[in-house]
Design a protein around this ligand. Structure first.
Ligand SMILES: *Cc1c(COP(=O)(O)O)cnc(C)c1O
Length: 312
């Protein structure tokens, strides 16, 4: 019997045609409203369910961001303890936020890679589940449910706009399109400048490791995309575009005013495409934008970004 999912079915809204510079009504898939605040619960929830069904009694994850929060929410629903391993550089407020979800916070190493390796070894040693933030087939299978929902709702769309970090969401969307017989539908893959590891790979025609992440969109801050995601470039139509941090922030503010929902700049990046790359989207009739959400945003943070990027 299939397990009933830990994520919820999120609303699908249609904007007025004057919402963006495209002049088109846009479909918005509101994954910001997932119980974990982002789409991540789709894949992370499925991965954790599978692991627990196979006997895992604990969950380990190394992300202090939305993947970690999703693991915490999944662990709580499944009744198993969750430990999030973070490097020493993780700010106190992030540690507090993780602890508030009920997950244990363990500090290890000076960079993410060290914390991650520690999470992997703890999980292996204790036969526990390990949650990678973007690189696992069950994550892609879980993320694909967002496309299932849009198809089930009967919405007609002819391209999908999504932001890209390590590419788990992109891989899920491509899988969702394929399993619904929509392999012709292209995906516009958006990154912020300073976090554009997919764009760099497209240009170089091979996977690239960025020397550093310089964008404020830290949920997009994977220095390299997953190998599977790079391989998808050869089999699915994926157009890689970038926006600036300022453009992503402007889109967050516009979305907050228009829909009264806060999203991270990582999500603002996808929303920004309808204004920044309006010409690209105007080639389509009915774009679908994945509003991926994220909890790393408050009104005060948006105000700070507004004064830093938009008032000169
Ligand atoms: C994780 C995340 C992304 C990027 O997802 P990837 O699977 O790493 O590409 C984008 N936006 C938000 C809010 C996220 O949490």
């Amino acid at each position: 019997m299939p397990l009933s999912p830990l994520h919820i079915e999120t609303p699908l809204l249609r904007t007025a045609s004057d919402y963006s510079a495209t002049g088109l009504p846009l479909w918005l898939k509101l994954d910001a409203l997932q119980p974990s605040g982002s789409f991540k619960l789709r894949g992370v929830g499925l991965l954790c369910q599978h692991a627990v069904a196979k006997g895992a009694k604990e969950i380990f994850c190394a992300s202090g961001g939305n993947a970690g929060i999703a693991a915490a929410v999944a662990g709580r629903a499944l009744g198993v303890p969750v430990t999030i391993v973070v490097p020493e550089t993780t700010p106190a407020e992030v540690r507090v936020r993780i602890a508030a979800t009920g997950a244990n916070v363990r500090v290890y190493g000076s960079v993410f890679d060290e914390a991650n390796a520690h999470a992997v070894s703890l999980a292996t040693e204790r036969k526990a589940a390990y949650v990678h933030p973007y690189d696992h087939p069950l994550l892609w299978e879980g993320h694909a449910t967002l496309i299932d929902e849009v198809v089930k709702a009967g919405a007609e769309f002819d391209c999908v706009v999504t932001s890209v970090g390590g590419g788990g969401l992109l891989a899920g969307i491509v899988e969702g399109l394929r399993r619904n017989g929509l392999r012709e539908i292209p995906v516009i893959a958006v990154e912020t400048e300073g976090a554009a590891s997919l764009n760099a790979a497209v240009v170089a025609k091979e996977r690239v490791t960025l020397p550093a992440i310089t964008s404020i969109a830290n949920s997009l801050g994977a220095r390299q995309v997953a190998q599977h995601v790079f391989d998808l470039l050869a089999v699915h139509r994926i157009e890689s575009v970038t926006v600036t941090d300022a453009q992503a922030v402007a889109a967050c503010l516009k979305f907050a005013d228009g829909y009264r929902v806060l999203v991270e700049p990582a999500c603002g990046a996808a929303l920004a495409v309808a204004d920044v790359h309006a010409g690209l989207l105007s080639r389509f009739k009915a774009p679908l934008i994945e509003v991926c959400g994220g909890i790393g945003v408050t009104l005060a943070m948006l105000e700070t970004w507004r004064s830093r990027f938009l008032q000169e």
